[in-house]
Design a protein around this ligand. Structure first.
Ligand SMILES: Cc1ncc(COP(=O)(O)O)c(C=O)c1O
Length: 478
């Protein structure tokens, strides 16, 4: 047994397996990027995949580990295929895979500086660069979390602590609190509110306009509605942009409202905050520098692997407020900001992966202009695709795209129910054909096909082909 364990750490075995795996991955990438790796998503059901993988974990070794890599690739959803136009999950830059390998091998989780000295600084460098892109100065600060859902919860906990007027973290909720957010907010905002113990009524929805943006005039009635039910509103969440349609809430008037009523402004920029790196696109978030907190996912529009989210605060001291519990065996019990390098003080998570390491590697290697160019191209592509849809008599747009998300539907006669069923049916038929993966969303009771143009090699010709395949599906029987 002792020899087997030592063998598992054998550097030469690692080198040999590594060469084979990297060769395999390079070929995989070449095939996928050329769209020649088979269907974007295989049609196997969960039960089929379960059966395929059953019975492999026994007491002893089960064959060549490199076989597992082949299997993982075969059974994956191929985000590197340029026909992948589904959710807001990026086909990561290949270099990220190598960065992640180093992070996994070093395992320098950084609840405290000693456990990840370089990772702590990589993270802080990334955070400071992003704060700079917002337009904030040296007093801004933040933290990385595993994803936008944890990020939004973290920021809202900080908002509660700052705005409650008492130590809500220690005492719990003394009174029913609430936040306002657009009816198109991501569901994790609602979850964050419920996790804070405010229940479903803790999120008061604000009406949106015909382009699915929060209507600033609807903020005051929403505030009054909340007050009428005995709720004290402490914050507004603006979406930049929304998940379904990529719509940007107008931050400037929302910031005015927050100023007037003394509310915390949180911007959920999980998808769109990356646009701050582009001179051309950043106007979509005009006013963001007035926010108290901002969530920014790097695994969406910055081509990084999941998960890496920045939670940024205009006043960096706020970043210590969400979780100011003492863990005396870890921290010395003084002003937490003195130990800014012990990151575990500021997140739900104790040990983290080296989130900042890969982000730092990619930002350092490619520079911010690279990401700006990529995002501009994707937004231009969305405009081009929307133009194709607009000029076709067979399709209709849900709304003009404001980002790289395009929602549309095929026009057919019949009841709303049958029209909706038809959109679902043609989406599934096209996904089954294998050249594309797209999703769907429901807006005002109408089902739309939803595409996120996130793969840098997706082009208009390919999207024309998508429209062709959608058109090629037979009309549903009445
Ligand atoms: C606007 C918005 N906020 C938050 C999230 C949640 O982010 P994550 O999947 O990183 O938890 C998403 C995910 O799509 C999103 O679009």
């Amino acid at each position: 047994m002792a020899d087997t364990i030592a063998g598992a750490y054998d550097p030469e075995a690692f080198r040999a397996a590594g060469h084979r795996v990297v060769d395999m991955l390079a070929q995989y990438l070449a095939d996928q990027l050329a769209g020649k790796g088979g269907p974007v998503l295989h049609g196997k059901s969960p039960d089929e995949v379960d059966r395929l993988l059953a019975g492999r974990i026994g007491a002893g070794p089960a064959g060549d580990p490199v076989d597992w890599f082949g299997e993982a690739l075969r059974l994956a959803h191929h985000l590197h295929h340029p026909g992948y136009v589904g959710h807001q999950v990026a086909p990561p830059l290949p270099l990220a895979g190598l960065g992640e390998m180093v992070s996994a091998l070093l395992n320098n989780g950084m609840a405290v500086y000693d456990m990840g000295p370089a990772n702590v600084i990589f993270e802080q460098r990334v955070v400071r660069r992003l704060c700079q892109a917002v337009g904030w100065g040296a007093e801004a600060d933040g933290i990385l979390t595993h994803g936008g859902s944890v990020g939004n919860l973290t920021a809202l906990l900080a908002a509660r602590q700052a705005m409650a007027g008492y130590d809500a973290w220690t005492e719990g909720n003394r009174e029913p609190l609430a936040i306002l957010a657009s009816a198109q907010n991501h569901y994790c905002v609602d979850r964050a509110v419920r996790l804070m113990g405010w229940g479903r009524a803790g999120l008061v929805e604000v009406e949106v306009d015909e382009r699915y943006r929060l209507r600033p005039e609807a903020l005051l009635p929403a505030l009054q509605r909340a007050q009428a039910t005995g709720r004290r509103v402490i914050a507004v969440v603006a979406s930049a942009c929304t998940t379904s349609t990529g719509s940007f809430d107008p931050i400037e008037p929302i910031a005015d409202f927050c100023e007037e009523y003394g509310l915390w402004l949180h911007v959920d920029g999980a998808h769109g905050a990356s646009f701050l790196l582009s001179d051309r696109l950043r106007a979509r978030l005009a006013g963001v520098e007035r926010a108290d907190s901002l969530v920014w996912d790097l695994h969406k529009m910055m081509l990084m692997p999941a998960l890496v989210t920045a939670v940024l605060y205009r006043d960096g001291r706020r970043s210590y407020e969400a979780f100011h519990q003492e863990a005396s065996y870890l921290f010395a019990g003084e002003d937490p900001a003195v130990q800014w390098f012990n990151l575990g003080q500021r997140t739900l998570e104790c040990t983290k992966r080296g989130l900042g390491a890969t982000a730092y590697l990619l930002l350092r290697t490619y520079g911010t202009a690279f990401f700006a160019e990529y995002m501009e191209r994707m937004c231009d592509l969305a405009q081009g695709f929307a133009e194709r849809i607009r000029s076709s008599s067979d399709f209709e747009l849900a709304t003009e795209p404001q980002a790289n998300i395009v929602c549309f539907r095929r026009k057919i006669e019949g009841s709303l129910e049958s029209q909706n069923a038809f959109q679902r049916q043609i989406r599934q038929a096209v996904v089954d054909q294998g050249d594309f993966y797209l999703v769907q969303t429901t807006l005002g009771g109408r089902v739309y096909l939803r595409t996120t143009l996130i793969h840098p090699m997706t082009d208009l010709a390919r999207l024309d082909h998508l429209l062709y395949q959608l058109l090629d599906q037979p009309l549903a029987q009445p």
